[in-house]
Design a protein around this ligand. Sequence first.
Ligand code: ZN
Length: 344
Amino acid sequence: MHSHLENAFIKIENESNTLEEAVEKWSKIRDSLSLQELKERIIKAALIELFYGTTHIRVHADTCSKNLKSVKASILAKEELKEYVDLQIVAFPEQGIFNCSEEEFKEACKIADIIGGKPEADEDREKHMRLISDIAYKLNKRIDVHIDQHDDKSKDSEFILKIAKTKVALSHLTALHYYSEEEAKELISLIKEKNASVISSPLTAFYLNGGNSYPMYRGVTRIKYLINSGINVSLGHDDIQNPFYPAGNGDMLQVLWIAMNIEKEFSPKMIELITVNAEKEFGNKNTDYIIFDAENLEEVMFTLPSRREVIRNGKVVAKSSQETKVLDLNPFEIMRKLSNFHQL
Ligand SMILES: [Zn+2]
């Protein structure tokens, strides 16, 4: 539900493991990539996600790229990929609206599907949020904003929820981790009142937050707490092998895996974070299927097996096969017998 594909697999070291260094490094090379190169990168990264079974991707495209190259490349990629993957394009101001070009941001909002934002990137956060909510209202588009994404108790989400007149998705919301119980309840009641949703990207949140000395906190939003409060929560991969996150391969089951571990929650219901909740957030009916080499859902969630086939609109669009043997035995059969998977 939340991806940056234009810079996927651009391997640049992030020495401080911080969002600030990642943005700085990306912004230095951003304009050296041509529209064609950006489009190719987006298409290839989306196809890798498709290999792992993702057929719907919300793409945050950087509106600070020169001449809106990232946004235009994403729109071209969306058209070329439509038979295989549905993309939604978000106009995302990585380095702010007023630090870059306000006019270009407005132009990007017209051609994108969703209005993005990142209030912390501009000096006047409230002005930033007022502008995106005004644009969203005028264009009758929803908002998906990178917000409260640090190890602090920032409350920009409260502000945007109070002023927005169209539907809001709060991406990251890691600050909620640090709120008191009373503060958390206040925000959650506002999220519910506004019928807003939350999108967590635990891989990047885990990597970029928490500093580099012990105790090393891990700023991921309260996924289970939000679900139990009746909020629609879905997960995003966010970044793949770039300065924002050095690992990952586009597999949403890996993202779910880390979320289950962080939340100490291994119930089969957690699959909804990347299935029905994501479908609700995306806003269209999913009719695609994945065939796994697994006996049941628990086995899928606990062992992340290969995707035998990905079926899109009734057609096989991705497949994988391998012979699985240890000596003369099938390792998965051994595992199933040992763990009584078949009895669940
Ligand atoms: Zn993001």
